[in-house]
Ligand binder design. Structure first.
Ligand code: EPZ
Length: 428
């Protein structure tokens, strides 16, 4: 299995282009199931998770054409055509590889009146049930039974509009119900819906496909179902988590990075916290310039929350940053119940972290030291990369396949800015 070796202590200087958002691209690709015409998505990131979803969509009968896969992200295009859906089963083998596969459930039931989608099973960061996806579709008239590890959904006469109040904010359930509601009979009202930029991006694409949606960007979405959707061309929003990760790479190494093909507005809550911690931002027409203030970093408290709050997907990176700040930082995770798996690994690099339930108290240290470490999920892995970039000596990170799920060309982008980072394959 591949590993990443980092020799730390070099400030990063240069420019990094951010790609399209993985977590927007995945639901957008499943939206292609809602129409028999072609959906064209631009700014596509090339990632393992995108490949996994391509394989799932192919076996549903979707035709897929990709252009510019070798070039930079902005020039990348995928064309998805679900002229005939030949199979409405999403098998365990594919769903267990990637939970976002459950996003085919809403579109398949809405378009075909049936779907059989494997339950995703356990996850490293928490139990992550899909009960809200199921309850929402049931409210829209779908009959759903659990059979042999599968959600078997039927709506032979189509879905009907309904009012559904999310008892808890869920990005994936909002996306599934939003897509399903576009083809339901009558009006659907989703209350306490997720407002993440990826949900908003999906809603804009659905409108371009002919859907009737109001309240986009708020926590109440009204969807008036239409007879059919048509093809459209849509540019995938930039990846705010990749953006925030490179912001923290500049800060933790004491360097200065220009981050392009993105927007500071996508990470406003993180910018507010990071400015308090001593990170300086200047906006540019297509992104921002980031550097660490002269006085160095100071500890700040952070709590993860649904958008527009501080994103859980930047919590691990923030923890790595706080490990090198002056003073203490209390980091509280409110979205997932088991998302501190990176803490013991950071401690192997000399960090001082005490975890009490949903909070972690980080006491900053002058310097981390390199060590062999291992990660359990995508964001935990990248937090170890950040720690390695700042640490004295050599860090070897194993299980890097997690990184390939969500960070395109991570080593190349960092190395171009002066990082001493390389991938070791089994042959090395
Ligand atoms: C999305 O996951 C993202 N994934 C996650 O990114 C992200 O961490 C998460 O949203 C929160 O922002 C994609 O977009 C593909 P949720 P999702 O439903 O939709 C509970 C990454 O690193 N819940 O908003 O699965 C759930 O257990 C990943 O890129 C229910 O209880 O997250 C969690 O505690 C990791 N019942 C909370 O809600 C449900 O039916 C929020 O989960 C659904 C969710």
């Amino acid at each position: 299995m591949d590993k990443i070796r980092i020799r730390g202590g070099r400030p990063l200087h240069g420019s990094i282009a951010v790609g399209g958002a993985k977590n927007a691209a995945l639901p957008l690709m499943t939206a292609s199931l809602l129409t028999d015409e072609t959906l064209v998505l631009k700014n596509l990131p090339i990632l393992a998770d995108i490949n996994t979803l391509c394989n799932l969509l192919l076996q549903h009968g979707v035709g897929i054409r990709m252009e510019g896969a070798g070039g930079d992200c902005a020039g990348r295009v995928v064309e998805l055509t679900a002229r005939d859906i030949t199979n409405t089963t999403a098998p365990y083998d594919l769903v267990r590889k990637m939970r976002a596969s459950v996003l085919v459930l809403g579109p398949l039931v809405a378009r075909c009146g049936q779907a059989r989608v494997s339950l995703p099973g356990g996850c490293a960061i928490g139990a992550r049930p899909v009960d809200l996806h199921i309850k929402g579709l049931q409210a829209m008239g779908a009959e759903i039974e659990l059979e042999g590890g599968y959600m078997v959904a039927r709506a032979p006469n189509g879905l009907r509009g309904a009012e559904f109040v999310f008892p808890k904010v869920s990005v994936g359930a909002t996306e599934n119900l939003l897509m399903a509601a576009t083809l339901a009979k009558g009006e659907t009202k989703l209350i306490n819906a997720a407002r993440e930029p990826e949900v908003t991006d999906l809603a804009h694409c659905l409108v371009a496909m002919g859907a009737d949606i109001s309240g986009i960007g708020t926590d109440t979405l009204r969807i008036r179902g239409v007879e059919r959707l048509h093809g459209a061309t849509h540019r995938i929003v930039s990846d705010r988590i990749e953006t925030g990760t490179y912001v923290m790479a500049a800060a933790i190494t004491g360097g200065r990075l220009e981050i392009t093909n993105t927007s500071i507005g996508l990470i406003q809550s993180a910018v507010t916290v990071l400015e308090q911690a001593g990170v300086e931002f200047s906006p540019t027409p297509d992104g921002m310039i980031v550097s660490r203030a002269n006085g160095g970093l100071v500890g700040v408290d952070v709590m993860t929350e649904p958008f527009p709050g501080f994103p859980t997907d930047l919590q691990a990176q923030m923890m790595a940053l706080m490990c090198t700040a002056k003073g203490a930082a209390m980091i509280t995770e409110t979205i997932f119940e088991n998302r501190f798996m990176h803490a013991p690994e950071l401690m192997r690099m000399g960090a001082s972290i005490t975890v009490h339930g949903a909070s972690a108290l980080v006491r900053g240290r002058e310097r981390l030291t390199g060590a062999p470490v291992m990660a359990t999920d995508l964001r935990a892995s990248v937090s170890l990369v950040l720690a390695g970039l700042a640490a004295a000596g050599e860090t070897i990170i194993s299980r890097v396949y997690h990184l390939d799920r969500g960070y395109e060309q991570l080593e190349a982008k960092l190395a171009a800015c002066g990082a001493d980072i390389e991938r070791l394959t089994d042959d090395d």
